[in-house]
Design a protein around this ligand. Structure first.
Ligand SMILES: [Zn+2]
Length: 316
C-alpha cells in the first residue's frame, strides 16, 4: 500500500513507494510496529505492491515523500519524453560502440598474432643458432681438408722417402678423409635443421603478415564504425542539450536523478494505463488518483518511481 505519510503506514506496508525514502523513524513514545521491508529487484524498481487498501483521501498525488510536490507545465513534462528518447538513443549508441563485433574480432586476431609471433621468434632463433652451428662445422671441415691437402702435397712432392713416414702419411690421409666425411655429414645434418627452421620462420612470417593485414582491415572497420557512432552521438547530444535547456531546472534535476537511479530511464509515458518505464498496468485506484491530479502535477509511477508523463493516449 502506498503510504502517504508516516501516520498512515501500517504493518501491511511492504515497501515505501519511493526509492530515496529514508527508513521511518519512530519517536520513543511511538508504539513500534512491525514493518516488513521487501528487498528491491536489482533494477531498483519496486514490486509486490499490495493491491488492497484505498488511498487516504487526503493523500497527495504520487510523489517523493519528503520532497515538495513538483509542478510543471504539461508541455514541459512532455518534453521529458523527448529528452528520454534522446538519452535512450545515447545509451544505445554507447552500447553499440562498446559491443562492436570488430572488438571481438580484433581480440581473437591479436591472440592468434601473439601465438604466431612467438613461433616466429622461436623459428628465427633456431635459424640463427643453426646458421652459427653450420659455420662452425664448415670451418672444422675446412681445417681437416687443408691438413689433408698439405699431406697430399708432401706425398706428391716426393720429399718423403722413408717407407715408414710414407706409410704414416698415407694412414693419416686415410683417417683425415674419414674425419672429413663425418664432419661433412654433420654439416649436412645441421643444414637440414637450418633449412627446416628457416622454413618455419618463413611460414610464421607469412602467417603473421597475413594476420597483421587482417587486423589492420578490422581496425579500419572498427574506427569507421566508431566515427559514425561518435558523429551520431554528438548530434544527439547537441539535440539533447537543446531540449534540456527548455525543461525547467527542478524537473530536469528530478529526471536526471531518476535516470541515474533507474537504469537510464527517468521518465516514462503513461500509455493505456500502463507505465512504459516498468511495463506494469496501473490499478484503478492509481488511475483515479492520477485522473484527479491537476495537469501540472508531476506524477510518479508508484511501482518504479519514474516520472509518469500523461498524454492523450494515457487512458485517463
Ligand atoms: Zn513504472
Amino acid at each position: 500500500m502506498r503510504s502517504c505519510c508516516a501516520e498512515h503506514r501500517t504493518s501491511s506496508s511492504s515497501s515505501s513507494p519511493f526509492p530515496a525514502s529514508p527508513l521511518p523513524r519512530f519517536p520513543q513514545s511511538f508504539p513500534r510496529r512491525t514493518v516488513r521491508w521487501v528487498r528491491r529487484p536489482p533494477d531498483g524498481t519496486r514490486r509486490g505492491r499490495p493491491a488492497t487498501g484505498r488511498p487516504c483521501p487526503s493523500s497527495p498525488p504520487i510523489r517523493d515523500p519528503g520532497s515538495p510536490q513538483l509542478n510543471a507545465d504539461p508541455a514541459d513534462q512532455l518534453r521529458l519524453l523527448d529528452l528520454q528518447a534522446l538519452d535512450t538513443r545515447l545509451t544505445q549508441l554507447d552500447h553499440r560502440l562498446a559491443n562492436l563485433p570488430e572488438h571481438t574480432e580484433l581480440r581473437e586476431l591479436e591472440a592468434e598474432l601473439a601465438q604466431q609471433r612467438d613461433l616466429l621468434v622461436a623459428a628465427r632463433a633456431q635459424e640463427g643458432d643453426t646458421a652459427r652451428e653450420q659455420t662452425k662445422a664448415e670451418q672444422d671441415v675446412d681445417q681437416v681438408r687443408r691438413r689433408a691437402e698439405r699431406n697430399q702435397q708432401r706425398l706428391d712432392s716426393g720429399a718423403v722417402t722413408s717407407p715408414k713416414d710414407l706409410e704414416s702419411l698415407q694412414s693419416e690421409l686415410g683417417s683425415l678423409a674419414r674425419r672429413q666425411d663425418d664432419l661433412e655429414n654433420v654439416v649436412l645434418e645441421i643444414m637440414e635443421r637450418h633449412e627446416a627452421a628457416a622454413e618455419r620462420a618463413r611460414e610464421a612470417d607469412g602467417i603473421v603478415g597475413g594476420l597483421e593485414d587482417r587486423a589492420a582491415v578490422v581496425r579500419e572497420r572498427r574506427d569507421a564504425a566508431s566515427r559514425e557512432i561518435g558523429d551520431e552521438a554528438g548530434a544527439v547530444r547537441r539535440e539533447r542539450e537543446a531540449v534540456a535547456r527548455t525543461v525547467p531546472e527542478a524537473l530536469l534535476k528530478l529526471y536526471d536523478r531518476l535516470r541515474g537511479q533507474y537504469g537510464g530511464i527517468g521518465a516514462a509515458r503513461l500509455y493505456r494505463k500502463q507505465c512504459e518505464g516498468c511495463r506494469l498496468e496501473l490499478d484503478v485506484t492509481e488511475i483515479n488518483e492520477i485522473r484527479r491530479a491537476p495537469a501540472d502535477t508531476v506524477v510518479r509511477c508508484e511501482n518504479c518511481g519514474r516520472v509518469l508523463v500523461r498524454t492523450a493516449d494515457s487512458g485517463l
